[in-house]
Design a protein around this ligand. Structure first.
Ligand SMILES: [Mg+2]
Length: 132
C-alpha cells in the first residue's frame, strides 16, 4: 500500500510537524464543514470545537472556501466563535504565488473530513497526555 494511504503514517508526519513548530497550518472548508449551506439543520459543533482547541494549541487556521462573500464568512465565524487567521490566503511565513493554499492538514466535508478530524483530535489528546 502507498505510504500515505496508511493512517499511521499521515498521523506520524503531522505529529512530528507539530513538534517542530509548536503549530500546524490547518485549512478548513466553509460550506458544510462549519456552515449549513442548504439550511437543512446540520450541526457542526464538533468541528467548531476542534478549531477552537486547535487555536489554543497555536495552530494557524485558514478558511479555504470558494465563496465570493468573505464578509459573510467573517460575520458567521465571529458569531459562531470560529477562530481563523486568514481566508483563502497563505500564511505570512509561507511565501508563494501558487494558487494552492499551503496547509499541513485540511478539514473538508468532501475530502476525508473524518480522517483529518480524528488525526487532529488524537494530536490534541497526545499533547494533553504528554504535557501533564
Ligand atoms: Mg464543503
Amino acid at each position: 500500500m502507498d505510504f500515505y494511504l496508511k493512517n499511521e503514517n499521515t498521523f506520524e508526519r503531522l505529529f512530528k510537524e507539530y513538534k517542530v513548530y509548536n503549530s500546524l497550518v490547518v485549512a478548513f472548508d466553509f460550506d458544510n464543514t462549519v456552515y449549513d449551506f442548504h439550511q437543512v439543520g446540520l450541526d457542526f459543533k464538533d468541528v467548531i470545537k476542534l478549531l477552537q482547541n486547535l487555536k489554543k494549541i497555536g495552530c494557524y487556521l485558514i478558511v479555504f472556501t470558494s465563496t465570493d462573500d468573505e464578509d459573510f464568512v467573517k460575520r458567521y465565524c465571529k458569531e459562531k466563535e470560529i477562530p481563523f487567521d486568514a481566508i483563502n490566503e497563505n500564511p505570512p511565513f509561507f511565501k508563494s504565488k501558487s494558487r494552492k493554499i499551503y496547509y499541513n492538514i485540511l478539514l473538508d466535508d468532501r475530502a476525508g473530513l473524518r480522517e483529518a478530524y480524528d488525526h487532529l483530535e488524537k494530536l490534541i489528546h497526545h499533547l494533553k497526555n504528554t504535557n501533564s
